[in-house]
Write a protein that binds this ligand. Structure first.
Ligand SMILES: [Fe+2]
Length: 382
């Protein structure tokens, strides 16, 4: 069962690069993004380093220089190639990376016939990690393609088109509630421990903010009015001359994985920073929900809270910090989430780029507040 899921996830990563040209595989539009080939290598390095090397006797570890190239941020594993320069890595060639993937898959398949203690959990983590990178690959590719005059089309089908329902406010009475992952199904360490929080009464919008609503904010001088912005966000507006969400082009189109497309006024606005989401919320008379409010409201209202999943990640007012009692696991794997709990904001839900089955109600996605290239949107609270 785990093996079947694992192999399906591994095949999907390879299917994601099928529409690409060889040159696209090295495309790195900015230091925050990584080339598709690097994502395929790095996810394989993860299994090689954390599953096969410690647990599969006789496994031949990858070349130390490959480890140097494909280590992302694990200090315990050693030095690594600078992230902003991943686009320089023309070698190993994609054929070598794909052959490595096959060797690692074969090793995992053999190991899972009679897995030593703890290995199943590590494989599951590697599988979920690879799913995270599938979404990263797509958002990084969108960034890389949007910088090109020829406006490449990744996949004409790969588009989100979903009109938002008229806003209805969902009442939440607040009080003492439990937050965090419960049960023994897979979850990341940062979703625990489950703990109690006190919530004041609030209301949450049943839908996401639409392009038309966001356009009204722009028309009303949203990007010219410092009183709507956090100081740090206002400085970014000046520095980068932000005037609209990242992929809007002119008054009527936006750049997407399906190329340049007409902008549906009723579709949810997307690809904006936390600062833009926060400024919009202030302009509208509302605010962003905390992550606890988001999770509580979804538990309370379920599907009436529309588009909670599989549309856009939703910025929250919550800083990404440890839940009370959180302890990262010992060793290199403890670097997975815990060491990033500063200077980032939490997004909840999932997006249309999130692999199916990867989403979870207690999922805590996180990005620096200036980031705009992920599939982010806005749900309001008041
Ligand atoms: Fe990673």
């Amino acid at each position: 069962m785990l093996l079947d899921t694992l192999l399906a996830v591994r095949r999907r990563s390879e299917a994601l690069i099928a529409p690409l040209e060889p040159e696209d595989l090295m495309l790195q539009g900015m230091p925050d993004a990584s080339p598709p080939k690097w994502h395929l290598g790095h996810t394989t390095w993860f299994f090689d380093t954390f599953v096969l090397q410690p647990h599969a006797p006789g496994h031949q570890a990858c070349d130390p220089l490959w480890s140097y190239q494909f280590n992302s941020y694990y200090e315990a594993v050693g030095a690594r190639h600078p992230r902003p320069q991943r686009g320089l890595l023309s070698r190993p060639a994609i054929a070598e990376v794909l052959a490595w993937r096959q060797r690692v898959d074969a090793g995992l398949e053999a190991l899972l016939q009679d897995p030593p203690e703890g290995v199943t959990a590590l494989v599951e983590l590697g599988l979920q990690h690879e799913q995270q990178h599938q979404e990263l690959l797509l958002m990084d590719l969108l960034d890389g393609f949007h910088r090109q005059p020829l406006e490449p089309i990744y996949n004409p089908e790969a588009e989100l088109s979903l009109p938002m329902a008229p806003v209805k406010w969902l009442p939440c009475h607040g009080g003492l509630t439990e937050i965090g992952h419960q049960g023994d199904k897979f979850h990341f360490d940062n979703e625990t421990p489950q703990h109690r929080v006190w919530l004041e009464p609030f209301e949450l919008s049943n839908s996401l903010v639409s392009n038309a609503a966001y356009a009204a904010f722009i028309t009303d001088g949203g990007y010219q009015r410092p009183e709507l912005w956090m100081s740090e966000g206002w400085a970014l507006v000046q520095e980068h001359q932000w005037q609209a969400p990242r992929y809007w082009r002119g008054d009527t189109t936006e750049f997407t994985l399906a190329g340049r497309r007409g902008r549906d006024p009723q579709a949810p606005v997307r690809h904006l920073s936390w600062f833009e989401a926060d400024a919009y919320a202030r302009w509208s008379g509302g605010r962003l929900p905390t992550e606890e409010e988001w999770e509580h409201a979804y538990g309370l209202h379920g599907s009436a809270m529309q588009n909670a999943h599989r549309v856009l990640w939703q910025w929250t007012a919550s800083a990404y910090s440890p839940y009370p009692g959180f302890r990262p696991v010992e060793g290199a794997i403890g670097e997975y989430n815990g060491k990033f709990m500063s200077s980032q904001m939490v997004l909840r839900g999932s997006s249309w780029l999130t692999p199916k089955g990867h989403e979870r109600d207690s999922y805590r996605n996180f990005f620096p507040p200036a980031s705009r290239w992920m599939a982010s949107g806005i749900r309001l609270a008041r």
